[in-house]
Design a protein around this ligand. Structure first.
Ligand code: AMP
Length: 402
C-alpha cells in the first residue's frame, strides 16, 4: 500500500443483497454509496449514488444472476465516476461478517485460514455467514492483490463474562455444539457507546452506557468503561427484544410445543419466529411509522404490539441497569431509536427513581446529530446517537492496513 491509498470500500453482503460505501479516510467522507437487491431474481435492482464530484443517482433494474455479477456491476458504476476498484487510491475492502465466534475479537485481515474459520462458523450463522463468504470471495477475485478485512458483528461482545455469555444448559452439550451467547450488532454498539461518551465529553473508559439499537433487528447492550458486559442477542439474532419480524425472548418450550401439537418442523418454526413474529406477527406491520399511525387512529392491535415492544424494552433497561450498577447514559440508535420519539418517551417514562427522564421538547426535535434528550442536569443522560456501522467498519479496516 502506498501513502496515497486512503479509500476503503465497505461491503455488507446479505443473502440476496449487497450494500456498499466507498469512503475517503482522510476526512471519513463518503465518495459513493449504493446497494444491489433481489440478486438472483429477474427484478434485481442496483441503486448507486456518487457523492464525490456531484454525479447523479443512478438506478437500473434487470436480472443480476449472483453476487459475482452484482459486485462487477457495482465496480462498473464506481468506474463510471472515476472511482474504479483498480484505483491505486483504494487501500482495502472491509467486509461486514456477522459471526466471528469466540476466535475473532478484532478486525482481521482475511487469509485462507481466516476464511476456513468463518466457514466453520456457518452452522451457528446459517443465514448470514454464507452470504458474507460469497461477498469476500467475489471481492478477492476482483482485486486479489488488495487487503480484505473482516469486521465481525460479534467481536465487540467477546468481552462478556462467562456469567453473561453462557446459557444454563449442560456444559458438555453446549461446548460440543458451540452453544453460547455471542451477540450481534457489535459494530453499532461499539460505535454508539464511544459516540455517547464523546457526546458527554468523556473518555469511553470512564462511562457506563446502555445502548438500545432499535432497527428492524433490535438489541440492547450493557457497556462498562467501553467493554460490553451483556447483550440481548444470543446464539443467533433471535433472542432478546421484540423486533420487526423476530419474536425476541420466548420460552424455548414454545418450540417443542409447536412440534408436538401443531406438527410444525424445525424449519417452519425457525421461519415463524424469525420472519413472521415480532411486530409483524403481532399486528401485521413492522414499520414503526405505520404502527404509530395506526395507534393514533385507535387501532387496538397496533396498540398492543407497541405496548409489548415497549414492555420488553423497559425490562432490558432495568436488567442492564442492575448489571452495570451505575449508569451514565442510555443511548437510542438505529431506525426506530433515532426516529421514533414515542418509543423513547414510553421506554423511559416513570423511571425518575433511576435518574432517567426525557424532556418532551428535546425528544421531539428531529436531527441527524447525536444529541441529549434528558432534562438539563439529569443524573443519567438519555441520548439519541445515530449509528454508522459503515464508517466504523471503514475505520477499523483502515487502521488495520495502515
Ligand atoms: P434499520 O433496521 O435501522 O434501518 O431500521 C428500520 C426501521 O426503522 C423501520 O422498519 C421502521 O420501523 C423504523 N423507522 C425508520 N424511520 C422511522 C421514522 N421516521 N419513524 C419511526 N420509525 C422509523
Amino acid at each position: 500500500m502506498t501513502g496515497t491509498a486512503t479509500r476503503v470500500l465497505v461491503l455488507n453482503s446479505g443473502s440476496s443483497s449487497v450494500k456498499y460505501q466507498l469512503l475517503d479516510m482522510r476526512d471519513s467522507s463518503r465518495m459513493a454509496v449504493g446497494l444491489v437487491e433481489r440478486i438472483g431474481e429477474a427484478t434485481s435492482r442496483l441503486v448507486h449514488t456518487p457523492l464525490a464530484g456531484g454525479g447523479e443517482r443512478r438506478e437500473r433494474t434487470g436480472a443480476i444472476a449472483d453476487h459475482s455479477a452484482a459486485l462487477k456491476a457495482v465496480a462498473d458504476e464506481l468506474a463510471r465516476d472515476g472511482l474504479g476498484l483498480d484505483s491505486p487510491e483504494l487501500a482495502a475492502i472491509g467486509h461486514r461478517v456477522v459471526h466471528g465466534g469466540l476466535r475473532f475479537t478484532e478486525p482481521t485481515v482475511i487469509t485462507d485460514e481466516v476464511m476456513a474459520e468463518i466457514e466453520r462458523l456457518v452452522p451457528v450463522a446459517p443465514l448470514h455467514n454464507p452470504a458474507n463468504i460469497t461477498g469476500i470471495r467475489t471481492a478477492q477475485a476482483l482485486r486479489p492483490d488488495l487487503p480484505q478485512v473482516a469486521v465481525f458483528d460479534t467481536a465487540f461482545h467477546t468481552t462478556m463474562p462467562e456469567s453473561a455469555a453462557r446459557y444454563a444448559i449442560d456444559v458438555e452439550t453446549a461446548d460440543a455444539h458451540r452453544i453460547r451467547r455471542y451477540g450481534f450488532h457489535g459494530t453499532s454498539h461499539a460505535y454508539v457507546s464511544r459516540a455517547t461518551a464523546a457526546l458527554l465529553g468523556r473518555d469511553p473508559s470512564e462511562v457506563n452506557v446502555i445502548v438500545l439499537h432499535l432497527g428492524n433487528g433490535a438489541s440492547a447492550s450493557a457497556v462498562a468503561g467501553g467493554r460490553c458486559v451483556d447483550t440481548s442477542m444470543g446464539l443467533t439474532p433471535l433472542e432478546g427484544l421484540v423486533m420487526g419480524t423476530r419474536s425476541g425472548d420466548v420460552d424455548p418450550a414454545v418450540t417443542f410445543h409447536l412440534m408436538r401439537v401443531a406438527g410444525m418442523s424445525a424449519d417452519e418454526i425457525d421461519v415463524l419466529l424469525n420472519k413472521k413474529s415480532g411486530l409483524v406477527g403481532l399486528c401485521g406491520d413492522n414499520d414503526m411509522r405505520e404502527i404509530r399511525r395506526r395507534v393514533d387512529a385507535g387501532d387496538e392491535r397496533a396498540k398492543l404490539a407497541f405496548d409489548i415492544y415497549v414492555h420488553r424494552l423497559r425490562k432490558y433497561i432495568g436488567a442492564y441497569y442492575a448489571v452495570l450498577g451505575r449508569v451514565d447514559a442510555v443511548a437510542f440508535t438505529a431506525g426506530v431509536g433515532e426516529n421514533a420519539a414515542p418509543v423513547r418517551e414510553a421506554a423511559i417514562a416513570g423511571l425518575e427513581q433511576l435518574g432517567l427522564a426525557v424532556d418532551a421538547g428535546l425528544n421531539a426535535v428531529r436531527s441527524d446529530e447525536a444529541r441529549l434528550i434528558s432534562p438539563q442536569g439529569a443524573r443519567v443522560a438519555v441520548a439519541v446517537v445515530p449509528t454508522d456501522e459503515e464508517l466504523e467498519i471503514a475505520r477499523q479496516t483502515f487502521e488495520l492496513v495502515q
